[in-house]
Design a protein around this ligand. Structure first.
Ligand code: SF4
Ligand SMILES: [Zn+2]
Ligand SMILES: [Zn+2]
Length: 325
């Protein structure tokens, strides 16, 4: 969290008369902790409403890591359910990549959270579905010519297993804890690597629950997409929610550009406090524009697994074979 700046000072809350306040630079509001937490909950609720992220008949599965984002998300969806926003039971899906000194502890926390709130959960391990833990994949691949960094394998495998697990839990909507900072960072990454076709394919704000016929993969929704990362951090601490605070060790080991992009973004934020909102908006606008001009190739079905894929064999199957040979 050290890169993120939270401005706490004395002053008067914009909504009540309390005096220790959070200075929210991008709206120029001063909010006391209670009003701030309430505001975060309202924002999540309005994001779900405004973008029609799910309907009462949807069956939601939350991708739960035990970190601050997914804990904040699951907690808020439980509140919504209690307020009878919809009746289907929320379930949680935990992916165990097999990352030493990290995932075991975060999974323990995720399990404890689920047990406390009586949430049904399922754990899927890389070891069982891929044939190897992420640790063993990296040990085997690190010195090979085609080594692609832990995150490359991990992201592709995890995305697929989240989808499989959602269906196995009977879900049709997968809720993930991506926050505004994550989305702004991804947009910048896509620009840097000129991934225009990927930008064109994106539905940044999710597919409306009324327009989701014939989706192969579970519909992925991001109810935290309008909340900057440091505000989630602050929120879970104000609410005293237990979460696993450490970062994955691989994010530091590999010289991944994503980290530099995040640092750049945070520097920009010091000068332009609403820069992440600009990027979210820009992502959406560019995506819509590119959809009109960019020819998106017809999707095939992967010859191995049958999932939609731009190529004959999908990336998941390519990597899976690669790490097992
Ligand atoms: S930082 Fe990389 S290796 Fe670690 S969990 Fe995230 S994607 Fe996987
Ligand atoms: Zn207040
Ligand atoms: Zn495949």
């Amino acid at each position: 969290m050290s890169n993120f700046k939270i401005h706490i000072k004395t002053g008067n809350c914009s909504l009540c008369d309390k005096s220790l306040v959070i200075d929210r630079k991008y709206t120029e509001e001063l909010l006391c902790p209670e009003c701030f937490a309430k505001d975060i909950e309202n924002k999540i609720y309005h994001t779900i409403e405004d973008y029609n992220l799910f309907s009462p008949s949807d069956r939601i599965v939350v991708g739960l890591s035990g970190g601050k984002d997914s804990i904040a998300l699951l907690y808020n969806l439980i509140i919504l359910q209690k307020n009878s926003k919809y009746s289907n039971k929320i379930k949680a899906l935990i992916i165990d990549e097999g990352i030493p000194n990290y995932r075991k502890k975060s999974i323990e926390l995720a399990k404890t959270f689920c047990e406390e709130y009586e949430i049904e959960y399922k754990i899927i391990k890389f070891q069982e579905r891929i044939g190897k833990s992420l640790e063993n994949t990296i040990i085997q691949k690190r010195n090979s010519d085609n080594y692609k960094y832990a995150c490359n394998y991990c992201a592709i495998f995890r995305r697929r297993l989240l989808d499989e697990g959602t269906k196995e839990l009977g879900g049709n909507v997968l809720a993930v804890g991506h926050n505004l900072t994550d989305i702004a960072e991804t947009f910048l990454m896509n620009i840097l690597f000129k991934r225009f076709s990927l930008i064109a394919q994106k539905n940044i704000f999710g597919i409306k629950s009324t327009q989701r016929n014939n989706l192969h993969f579970a519909n992925k929704i991001k109810p935290l997409m309008k909340i900057p990362e440091e505000e989630i951090y602050l929120y879970v601490n104000i609410k005293k929610l237990k979460y696993y605070p450490s970062h994955c060790p691989y994010s530091k080991q590999d010289p991944i550009i994503r980290r530099k992009v995040l640092n750049f973004l945070l520097e920009c934020k010091n000068i332009i406090p609403n820069v992440e909102f600009n990027l979210l908006d820009g992502y959406d606008t560019l995506s819509k524009t590119l959809k009109k001009y960019y020819k998106i190739g017809k999707k095939n079905n992967c010859q191995k697994c049958g999932c939609p894929s731009a190529d004959i064999i999908c990336q998941y199957c390519i990597y899976k074979e690669e790490v097992n040979n």
